[in-house]
Design a protein around this ligand. Structure first.
Ligand code: GDP
Length: 298
């Protein structure tokens, strides 16, 4: 299963070490708590979140007897900690195109993820179009246009350095005229100045909401998992600039820092919607905490 193999590195650093600890388990003591702390930190859960998890592990210790192993007990703590129940489902527009804005810094994997999402929604029998609104990064327009051609969906393009919002307007109009279900907008990730970023993002939102009722329906921040805790700091800048409704965590295949999923939940209070597990359009998985925890442990 691609899900499991894509998380191999995190499994080695987290699951395999947890298993070793669990096989040698002789009760909860300071030494054990410290070892769990180290494993969490090395998978980039971050100190703040790791401390909360270790505290929950300690204070619910009476439940340990209900599990086959210490490992399974810890997995249950992580599951409860993520608390998937608080996630609203993805907001699909019932009355017209669902507009999804992809945001994030250059190199995070925005364009690749946009291509992956085209395939994901085509597989769900939806009609899809993509807007090449990253008019800033050289090559981004051709990159998404090539994927759109290969996957057989229309790509609404701007010219290099054109105002991304004007391309998005064209995309929204195309989507309305052609009964597109899902409109994916690959936007630019200019982070050099917070005021600029804020203005650009709010302009994109404004033009979408004028064209399509209730839009944008989802705004997904793409984060590179290999940047771990730095990615969280970067995310905070975006969250201050605009409302974000979910996270796509890319490059999970290339990192042992899978624990960053828990930090995202704890520090950003946002659902992880998808994981990127490779460079090809099929290397995308809808996120589900149970499958994820199994992927990094079992
Ligand atoms: P953008 O600047 O945010 O649009 O970033 P790109 O989509 O161009 O991605 C930057 C690099 O990361 C490219 O080489 C991608 O192939 C690579 N990449 C994106 N997502 C993933 C992923 O999930 N796994 C791996 N291994 N590479 C990825």
């Amino acid at each position: 299963d691609k899900y499991l193999s894509g998380l191999d590195r995190s499994k080695k650093s987290f699951g395999d070490r947890l298993r070793a600890l669990s096989n040698n388990f002789h009760g909860i003591n300071d030494e054990l708590l410290e070892e769990i702390m180290v494993i969490l930190l090395e998978s980039d859960v971050g100190i703040h979140t790791a401390q909360k998890i270790v505290d929950a592990f300690e204070s619910n210790a009476k439940d340990l007897k209900n599990y086959d192993s210490m490992e399974d007990y810890l997995i249950s703590i992580l599951y409860d900690f993520y608390d998937e129940e608080q996630d609203a489902p993805i907001n699909y527009n019932e009355d017209g195109p669902t507009v999804i804005l992809m945001v994030g810094v250059n190199g995070s994997g925005k364009t690749t993820t946009s291509a992956k999402l085209i395939r994901h929604y085509l597989q769900q029998q939806k009609s899809v179009a993509v807007v090449a609104a990253d008019t800033f990064r050289a090559g981004a327009i051709d990159q998404i246009d090539t994927w759109a051609n290969r996957l057989g969906v229309p790509c609404i393009k701007g010219k290099p350095n054109q105002d991304p919002s004007s391309v998005i307007v064209d995309g929204c109009r195309y989507a309305k005229e052609h009964n597109v279900d899902i409109l994916i907008c690959d936007t630019a990730g200019r982070l050099q100045n917070k005021t600029n970023l804020m203005n650009e993002l709010s302009k994109m939102r404004r033009v979408v909401s004028k064209e399509i009722e209730g839009g944008p329906h989802e705004v997904w921040l793409v984060l590179d998992a290999t940047t771990g805790q730095n990615g969280i700091s970067q995310a905070k800048i975006f969250l201050e600039a605009t409302d974000v409704s979910g996270i796509v965590l890319t490059k999970m295949d290339g990192t042992a820092k899978g624990g960053v999923v828990l930090a995202i939940r704890d520090l950003l209070h946002l659902p992880v919607r998808f994981l990127g597990l490779g460079e090809k359009p099929e290397d995308l998985k809808s996120f589900d905490i149970n499958a994820f925890l199994m992927g990094i442990t079992k």
